[in-house]
Design a protein around this ligand. Structure first.
Ligand SMILES: O=C(O)COP(=O)(O)O
Ligand SMILES: [Mg+2]
Length: 236
């Protein structure tokens, strides 16, 4: 098996579809097969760290990337890859009236999450906060965090920290917030992923969400993926 680490998104990738939080049993079984085969599995999610650590516990995963790459929990230590005081920008975002705050925001630090109240919410937030912040939709929420950090930043940090070439890290995702990690690792997009996620990936599997994740694990366990040729791990 060429891949050594599997970085997996949560919502839309381990779930039944991109419109539910319900976990896919096929995905859960595939996760277990991946871990039993010796892959180190990392959960990489836009969700807050406390939430992600809780979910990871029940998924049998120890290491977590949370808040879209701003926080990494590795071998029992939390590392912060973002640094900004988000309180002022939170007020600016809420004053647009285009979104309501996610209940998770009271325990999020750098990547804040919002529920859209208008069709053009992402655009209105982008105009309000300016270029110092990234505004992206995961399909589950709108996320705003300091520019320059995404899940790909965290994967590059993991390659360095763990001494593993990034092409030996497989990642699986479904949405625009996964583009960074799909680019810097051997990225696989599930069949119902967004166009941006599909074009960032090295491979797009047939099945949607959890079924797609199972297909990705089958490919990895049969020796596929993680070839060095087309991974831009030196992302500009
Ligand atoms: O929390 C979200 O908005 C989506 O989270 P995800 O990164 O696990 O898909
Ligand atoms: Mg997702």
């Amino acid at each position: 098996m060429r891949c050594r680490i599997l970085v997996v998104d949560l919502d839309g990738t381990l779930t039944l579809s991109r419109h539910t939080y319900e976990l896919s049993t096929e995905a859960l079984l595939a996760l277990r097969r991946a871990r039993d085969a010796g892959l180190r599995v990392v959960l990489a999610t836009a969700n807050g760290l406390d939430f992600a650590l809780t979910i990871a516990r029940y998924l049998g995963i120890r290491d977590v990337v949370a808040e879209n790459g701003c926080l990494v929990y590795l071998d029992g230590t939390t590392y912060e890859l973002c640094s900004a005081d988000m309180s002022a920008v939170d007020q600016i975002i809420l004053s647009t009236g285009a979104v309501s705050p996610s209940p998770q925001n009271k325990c999020r630090k750098y990547d804040l999450a919002y529920i859209p109240l208008a069709e053009d919410a992402v655009e209105r937030i982008r105009v309000a906060v300016g270029p110092s912040f990234v505004v992206e939709s995961s399909g589950y929420a709108i996320h705003v965090r300091p520019a320059g950090v995404d899940k790909g930043t965290a994967v590059l940090w993991l390659c360095e920290k763990l001494g593993v070439p990034c092409f030996q890290i497989a990642s699986v995702g479904d949405s625009d917030v996964d583009v960074g990690m799909l680019k810097v690792s051997w990225g696989i997009a599930v069949g119902n992923a967004t166009p941006a996620a599909k074009s960032a990936a090295k491979m797009v599997v047939e099945g949607p969400s959890g079924i797609g994740f199972k297909e990705a694990v089958d490919i990895i366990l049969s020796g596929g993926g993680c070839t060095p040729d087309d991974v831009d791990s030196e992302r500009a």
